[in-house]
Design a protein around this ligand. Structure first.
Ligand code: SF4
Ligand code: SF4
Length: 284
């Protein structure tokens, strides 16, 4: 991890010094060593504040859409983060020529809430970035312990009543803090549908009905776009397992359209593409 931090600083300094980029999106110190923060280095002297360790779990592509179009940005990305970058490029929210991608290979990251390694149960679990300009370390071998959808087994075995009971219990805990939305690189709509008052799409007060309206609409908006980074679930103060829903939608998209989101710049997203051989199951 220290080697990656050193390479990250070295490349950030070079890119800022040369004027190739105006800002480097990476990680900085937080209030203690287990709580780093997203960090934007804008000057060469800022680079000293950049860090990287196993707690740097944020998906920094979340911040790309905060900058005006045309801003030259270097961004540190891990595997799922690079997939988010691909989706943002497919959606023309960022342009490939404006971004220098600093890829980070890693063996494991740690969820500060659980103290455990983040694995395939809550993320896509790829060890290497899918897209990068500069790789800040040697590629890491792929993990070989099953599918990122294995965690869905229990949920899929429930009957409709049990599943309804499970999600009703989980979503009734939601306090509508929107940390999930704020952490998600794919949630960049301004305003978000839930903040609109004319027309008013959803009640903003927490209740099971309005929470379902918010979450089901958000899940639908993320179909074929979510890249399984798990940031929303890690950000949730109520520990609602949002990853289960996202994984289920991703799995269905993969099975119906034979495509995994954010894996190739050449793909068209499943919800904006049509092929004669597409499954009709979506209509059932
Ligand atoms: S919905 Fe959650 S897992 Fe999917 S891209 Fe957004 S933050 Fe990541
Ligand atoms: S982060 Fe958790 S509590 Fe906050 S709005 Fe999202 S699901 Fe609800």
């Amino acid at each position: 991890m220290k080697d990656i931090e050193n390479r990250l600083k070295q490349e950030a300094k070079r890119l800022l010094e040369s004027g190739d980029v105006e800002v480097v999106l990476a990680y900085g110190r937080g209030y203690d060593e287990k709580h780093p923060m997203p960090y934007a280095a804008k000057t060469v002297s800022d680079v000293d504040n950049i860090i990287f360790d196993e707690y740097c779990t944020f998906n920094m592509t979340r911040y790309l859409t905060e900058y005006p179009s045309g801003t030259k940005i270097a961004v540190a990305v891990k595997s799922c983060d690079s997939r988010a970058l691909i989706v943002l490029m497919q959606e023309e929210k960022v342009k490939r020529e404006d971004i220098v991608i600093l890829g980070i290979p890693y063996r494991y990251m740690i969820d500060v809430k659980t103290g455990k390694a983040i694995d395939k149960n809550t993320t896509c679990d790829l060890p290497n970035p899918v897209l990068y300009d500069i790789l800040l370390g040697d590629e890491v071998p792929e993990h070989s312990d099953g599918s990122p959808y294995d965690v869905l087994k229990e949920l899929e075995e429930m009957d409709n009543d049990a599943r309804w009971e499970f999600w009703s219990k989980e979503f009734s805990k939601c306090i509508r803090c929107y940390a999930c939305r704020k952490a998600c690189p794919m949630c960049y709509c301004d305003p978000c549908f839930v903040d609109q008052s004319q027309p008013r799409w959803a009640d903003k007060s927490p209740s099971l009905e309005s929470n379902l309206m918010f979450h089901l609409t958000r899940f639908y908006h993320l179909a074929g776009r979510c890249i399984d980074c798990g940031e929303c679930s890690r950000a949730c103060p109520m520990d609602i397992p949002l990853y289960l829903f996202h994984k289920k939608v991703s799995k269905e998209c993969e099975e119906m359209f034979d495509q995994v989101s954010g894996m190739s710049l050449d793909d068209k997203q499943v919800m904006v593409d049509f092929k004669m051989e597409d499954s009709d199951e979506i209509l059932l």
